[in-house]
Design a protein around this ligand. Sequence first.
Ligand code: SF4
Length: 370
Amino acid sequence: MRHINIPIFIPHVGCPFTCIFCNQRQIASQLEPLSPSSIPEMVERYLSTIAPGSEIEIAFFGGSFTMMDVSLQEAYLEAARPYLRQGIVSGLRLSTRPDGIDAATLKRLKKRGVTVIELGVQSFDDQVLAAAGRGTVAAQAVDSSRLVKEYGFKLGIQLMIGLPHDERAKDLYSTLVAIRLKPDMVRIYPTLVIAGTVLADHWQQGCYRELPLHEAITTAAQMLLMFQYGGIPVIRLGLQPSQELQSEQTVLAGPYHPAFGELVQQYIFMLQAKELLHAAQSQPGLHGPINILVNPRDVSRMVGQQRSNLKALKQELGLEPLKVRPSAEVALDEIAMEFPGQIKKLTLKRGEFIRSMIDKGLLPYDAAQL
Ligand code: SF4
């Protein structure tokens, strides 16, 4: 069943924190605070566009829900209640800070029908958290994640890459810590320099260098592979594209791309195909034209934007001709290769590919540590 969130963005008016990447204050100063009485109209508008048979949740995003005044939280949850009671939506979801969680809060949210809590962890490295002005530490995120699960909520963990003092090794460390906490879902966001933020000041003063797009893609790809190996769904890679984010006046710098997640998936397919092509080249007798077979839903990921993957593979491995063909017999994320005129066929499933990356030391995934 298709899952759909009805997103209700609540700018956190009066948020006492000053995370350097966040422009909530600016947004909050420009927007009228969202009144709980306007929620039904927003929900109805969304509902009219959703196909029947979908699993729907009302999702309170933005800011830090549990850090708002309790009476305001209750008013928002109360506004969503009729949809829950009538079975129109299956649950309520909210995002908050790790230090906005305690047992009493969780008991209250449980009674109100909240089913999913996403924690804006950003990093499990204390130096990165301090430099980002988060005002909390990694141990708090670990404790809160455990508590959220203990109280029977689904847990989401949001991580950011490219914050000041961050580096790839720290992102992979954060990934390992997150896997250990067994979240039900993860979101990965590259850091963008948004106008009006403290980070924008640092960037303008030359104290912060944004993560280049290619580096963001390769780091996010490693994280995605590790989460896949840990059996944890990554439900979002990169910010949801919007007109505002397309504007150079909003995003001053950083690895923004409207299809960031697709670029990450395409990069992984390229690496996986390369591994299989190397295996083919090392086998005597396998030469001549090669057909790469992938699931029909994976064809564009295998081919890459403007055929970039095919061009890179041909160039790097000196292969010609190389074609991509859809095949319903190939599983999602799997790659098969056939050699016209020859019986032999090679396949590489995603799990096998990740295992081989771990064995080569390219992914720091040590199951013994988990
Ligand atoms: S990220 Fe959240 S906690 Fe940090 S300043 Fe923005 S709204 Fe406040």
